[in-house]
Design a protein around this ligand. Structure first.
Ligand code: RUB
Length: 328
């Protein structure tokens, strides 16, 4: 049975109280850890079933950020690989808790490392543009600022959920001069911008980026204006499913985020579409900054091979079955 604390984490991911691909992934690991800690299972198999239940609950929250299934995979892979020799519930519990703690620690270290690596790409006097609210991008900007580099940041408000306001507040409180603009004003300001930095919800094997809706238009305009586009992405944002030709599902959110339902109901023949993410092709991205180093987007496949090469196709497809049945 799902504990109320685990259910609360899943609800908070769904209603975006916990948001951003990194935080979503760490929250998923935390929910699995709590499941192991609170379980009253009497056999190793029973506890693994509970962990699978939590995994399915988490996978059904938001579909796009690949960091979430990768966090689940990280923990569950370790759990299932000790199941054969596990004698007691404690054996499984110990492994699950340690795996979740490791994932969370790795995630936080990765963001810090991206901050250090990415800060090298910032020079004094830079005018930087960012979209949405990415903790990896903020780590880069914050690190560069602490190193004494002086630059300005322009932030898109990021409709309809206004995550750009969070970024504006975070950067402003570090001391970085920050300008909040309308999403539609990007091209108006772009000729005064030197570099674009964005985060990632997913990176596909072909180097395409999935990030907050509007990222692809910004990258397209930046390409036209010859402004470089940098993506900050921990390696757990890379999608192993895309290695076997799967597409990344784009979350479509409720129309009420865009227009009041009463107002909409009075307009004949009108529908509303509200995709939360879009896809930026690799050719509009200059570099991806990961905790392992900086790579061109075309090298995404090598990152995937390095990170997931040890997973067998059976493990990938087993995980996949979980997702498909969840969606059905
Ligand atoms: C957040 C978003 C962020 C990425 C990266 O979307 O698109 O750019 O998740 O964030 P939402 P981070 O607000 O819909 O979750 O670098 O913090 O992982």
């Amino acid at each position: 049975m799902t504990s109320s604390e685990v259910q609360r984490i899943a609800d908070e991911i769904r209603n975006m109280k916990r948001r951003g691909a990194g935080e979503i992934a760490r929250s998923a690991a935390q929910a699995l850890q709590l499941t192991a800690e609170l379980s009253t299972a009497t056999s190793p198999n029973e506890l693994v079933e509970e962990l699978r239940g939590t995994s399915q609950l988490l996978l059904a929250t938001r579909p796009t950020a690949v960091s979430l299934p990768n966090a689940v995979r990280f923990v569950m892979h370790r759990v299932t690989s000790v199941l054969v020799q596990a004698r007691t519930v404690v054996d499984i519990r110990t492994v699950a808790i340690k795996a979740a703690e490791d994932f969370i620690q790795n995630s936080l270290s990765a963001i810090q490392r991206i901050g250090e690596i990415g800060a090298k790409r910032i020079t004094d006097g830079d005018k930087i543009l960012t979209h949405c609210n990415s903790s990896a991008v903020i780590a880069i900007l914050g690190t560069a600022w602490k190193q004494g580099k002086r630059f300005e940041v322009t932030v898109t408000e990021t409709r309809p959920r206004f995550q750009g306001r969070l970024t504006t507040r975070e950067l402003g409180s570090i001391g970085i001069p920050v300008t909040l603009i309308l999403d539609d004003a990007v091209r108006f300001f772009l000729n005064k911008i030197d570099k674009v930095f964005v985060g990632a919800d997913a990176v596909a094997a072909n180097g395409a980026l999935v990030n907050k809706i509007g990222t692809s238009l910004i990258a397209l305009a930046a390409h036209e204006a010859r402004v470089r586009v940098f993506v900050a992405a921990e390696t757990y944002k890379f999608s192993p499913e895309t290695l076997i030709g799967e597409l990344i599902e784009i979350e479509e959110r409720d129309a009420s985020e865009i227009i009041d339902p009463d107002e909409l109901s009075q307009i004949p023949n009108a529908t509303v579409r509200n995709p939360a993410f879009d896809i930026t092709p690799a050719e509009y991205i200059d570099l991806i900054i990961t905790e392992k180093g900086i790579v061109p987007p075309q090298a995404a496949i090598f990152i995937l091979e390095q990170e997931f090469g040890l997973l067998t196709p059976e493990e990938l497809s087993d995980y996949h079955t979980v997702r498909i049945s969840e969606q059905d």
